[in-house]
Design a protein around this ligand. Structure first.
Ligand code: SF4
Length: 359
């Protein structure tokens, strides 16, 4: 067994995490779900979502038969909704191509939507006790520091080096338990000891030969992402009031926030009154301009100008892809983070706004 593996396994047994809800199961579906939810979200946030999701969709067939809107609603608040869409798509593929049984080969698992090499490996380890290397964000940090690997881990060359180290560090042998404990140890170490800021090196089983620790470079490794200035865009979001309800529109399935419910969005230079007349067959009365809200995507920055308006005509509220809904109920829908923030801001805003006369 590699030097690092033995130390990590010993450490995990004594100091690792043992009571997370997805530990102790070998159900590949449950493990897959936990891995996907944990990709961009903290454990503490994930736990209630994970448990609720499994209550609604206990297996792959039930997930594949659900309306996507229900799945996205259960995901509401976790963000990165493409993860939920991919889960659904993958569940449909598993039902169609594998009779609802999760595939057992890494290559097949990796072909499913939303599953990369590391996630596929984690499923192989925890569901089937396979000898597979993982390399999620936490593990990249541990290996960058322990082996002293310079360079941003998002770069292919650096990532290749890290994968090589991940493969070399695996325990030998076929003990399923050994591979599972080792993989859990890496995850636990990254999450609880070798943290992004202020790692607890004095409690770390790898301290004696960790390059970053020896060279006092824990704050320099892994190398930070090179700074790039993102393009900026501006837009207007309309909070349209009809009595106590607001209007949400469903976004097209593809593109930004695909399939989510959103406040109506218009171009900055567009005339709001003319837009509402054309699209909603109503005149509107401006009530209030909320302060601009900034939101950063991976490839651009969006500055949103929220406008609160009240409709002043009777309108047809039964239009496809549109719902009039109480703000509190809207928060349970699958809505993007800035829309969530704006609705909360509106709910907490001055009563005088809420109590303005209604149609
Ligand atoms: S010694 Fe410190 S930097 Fe090195 S792996 Fe352990 S916690 Fe991370």
């Amino acid at each position: 067994m590699s030097n690092i593996a033995a130390r990590l396994i010993n450490w995990q047994e004594q100091h690792g995490r043992h009571h997370l809800p997805w530990q102790g199961t070998h159900d590949p579906y449950a493990i897959w779900l936990s891995e996907i939810m944990l990709q961009q979200t903290q454990v503490g946030t994930v736990i209630p979502y994970y448990q609720r999701f499994l209550r609604y969709f206990p297996d792959i067939p039930s997930l594949s038969q659900a309306p996507l809107d229900d799945i996205l609603s259960l995901w509401s608040g976790l963000g990165y909704y493409s993860r939920a869409r991919h889960l659904y798509q993958a569940a449909c593929i598993i039902v169609r191509d594998y009779h609802g049984t999760f595939p057992k080969e890494r290559e097949l698992i990796q072909q499913l939507p939303g599953i990369g090499r590391s996630t596929a490996a984690a499923i192989m380890v925890f569901a089937y006790g396979h000898r597979s290397a993982i390399l999620d964000g936490n593990v990249k940090r541990v290996f960058s520091r322990y082996f002293g690997i310079d360079g941003y881990p998002g770069k292919k060359k650096v990532q290749d080096q890290l994968w090589l180290k991940a493969e070399e560090s695996l325990p030998n042998g076929n003990s399923k338990k050994c591979h599972q404990v080792y993989t859990q140890a890496l995850m636990d170490l990254g999450a609880t000891i070798c943290t992004r800021h202020r790692p607890q090196c004095h409690d770390c089983p790898l301290r004696s030969d960790c390059v970053a620790f020896k060279e006092k470079r824990t704050d320099q490794l892994p190398t930070a992402k090179p700074r790039v200035s993102l393009p900026k865009k501006e837009t207007i979001f309309l909070i349209l009031l009809k009595q106590k309800k607001i209007l949400l529109e469903k976004r097209p399935d593809t593109g930004i926030w695909g399939g989510l419910w959103c406040l109506p969005e218009i171009h900055l230079e567009e005339d709001i009154g003319a837009y509402c007349t054309q699209h909603f067959k109503t005149e509107v009365r401006p009530l209030f301009n909320f302060p601009p809200l900034n939101h950063t995507f991976t490839h651009f920055k969006l500055r949103i100008h929220p406008r609160l308006l009240r409709i002043t005509s009777q309108i047809d509220t039964q239009q496809e892809g549109k719902i009039w809904i109480e703000p509190d109920e809207a928060l349970d829908k699958a809505i993007p983070t800035p829309v969530r923030k704006l609705i909360k801001q509106y709910v907490h805003s001055d009563n005088s706004i809420n109590n303005t006369e209604s149609v």
